[in-house]
Design a protein around this ligand. Sequence first.
Ligand SMILES: CCC/C=C/C(=O)SCCNC(=O)CCNC(=O)[C@H](O)C(C)(C)COP(=O)([O-])OP(=O)([O-])OC[C@H]1O[C@@H](n2cnc3c(N)ncnc32)[C@H](O)[C@@H]1OP(=O)([O-])[O-]
Ligand SMILES: NC(=O)C1=CN([C@@H]2O[C@H](COP(=O)(O)OP(=O)(O)OC[C@H]3O[C@@H](n4cnc5c(N)ncnc54)[C@H](OP(=O)(O)O)[C@@H]3O)[C@@H](O)[C@H]2O)C=CC1
Length: 287
Amino acid sequence: MSDKHPAKWGLTPQEMATLPTVFSPDLLSGQRFLVTGGSQGMGKAMVFLLARLGAKVMICGRTEEKLARTKSEVKELLGADISYRAMSIRDTDQVDALLDATFEEFGGLDTLVNNAGGQFPQDAIDFTRKGWAAVIDLNLNGTWWMMQGAAQRWRDRGEGGHIVSNVAHVERGMPQAAHTCAARAGVIYLTRTVATEWAPLGIRVNCVAPGAIATEGLSQYPPEATRRLGNVNPMRRMGSGWDVAEGVVYLSAPSGNFITGEILTIDGGMRMWGTVWPAGVPEHFQV
Ligand SMILES: CCC/C=C/C(=O)SCCNC(=O)CCNC(=O)[C@H](O)C(C)(C)COP(=O)([O-])OP(=O)([O-])OC[C@H]1O[C@@H](n2cnc3c(N)ncnc32)[C@H](O)[C@@H]1OP(=O)([O-])[O-]
Ligand SMILES: NC(=O)C1=CN([C@@H]2O[C@H](COP(=O)(O)OP(=O)(O)OC[C@H]3O[C@@H](n4cnc5c(N)ncnc54)[C@H](OP(=O)(O)O)[C@@H]3O)[C@@H](O)[C@H]2O)C=CC1
């Protein structure tokens, strides 16, 4: 298990179109979703599942080509139309434009999924200021601009909504990813805070916290690190984007109506046992 290293990470569109789901096909009929980073990885699995359950979906990402490909795959395999907009969540003007376009096209929004994010593996002691700022800006600031912008629009329209942010399992820290650990901890505590502030507005706010999940995003990690990823939790296998997508649906559908301020951990038990070491295990920790 531990030395599994596929040539290509992630689920195929055909798998996402046919994987079994516990949810009924019309569960999200008429529900409107915005998924940031919906063009690959976990975000794309969410898009396929949401579309299969009848939701209207808007996605965004920086690369138009990947967004257009996802749209055409969803159309071809599911017969569903999704919308997209190329943008960066780090740019506040682009965040406003995306939210305005989504509310206008769909006549409102029911769930915002903050999934876009990422980082590079490095020892914290070597972070440059630019590298630190990039990871904080993407994962903490970008996520916050999306959260606040959606909540302001819901408040102004007198409507409620739901926010679910894809963070990471960070309870025991994240060696070689301290920047993203700090940013994700920030999102978790923003979630726990505004879940109370925004409850009177009818806005629920939650997170999903994945462990090691097989997605295209892992291709930017060194093989000596990714080879170990199937061995960093008690189940001794990686999760898939589908596992996380089903968690997002559980929180967003009526099953989540009384859930707010929650962090749903989807990690095969990694919070109890296993360490990722995304840049490779340092000599001191080798056993
Ligand atoms: C933890 C394991 C489990 C998790 C797995 C996943 O999340 S899988 C999902 C994984 N998916 C993703 O992560 C997807 C999204 N991630 C990204 O787009 C990038 O990782 C980003 C967040 C750094 C933004 O990048 P950008 O270019 O748009 O941003 P920018 O131009 O503002 O700042 C760039 C600066 O960042 C620095 N720097 C960058 N790389 C390295 C490095 N290898 N080494 C060292 N430093 C590095 C460097 O300072 C660089 O400046 P320079 O030296 O060029 O002047
Ligand atoms: N895979 C894993 O094991 C784990 C992943 N995570 C986190 O979960 C989330 C999803 O992970 P995963 O599916 O693996 O990631 P991927 O790298 O496969 O996908 C990331 C998505 O986010 C988009 N994106 C990146 N930067 C921006 C930006 N500035 N603005 C808008 N969109 C952006 C990407 O598109 P584009 O590049 O075109 O912008 C892409 O669609 C990320 O936050 C990740 O860090 C957390 C724990 C574990």
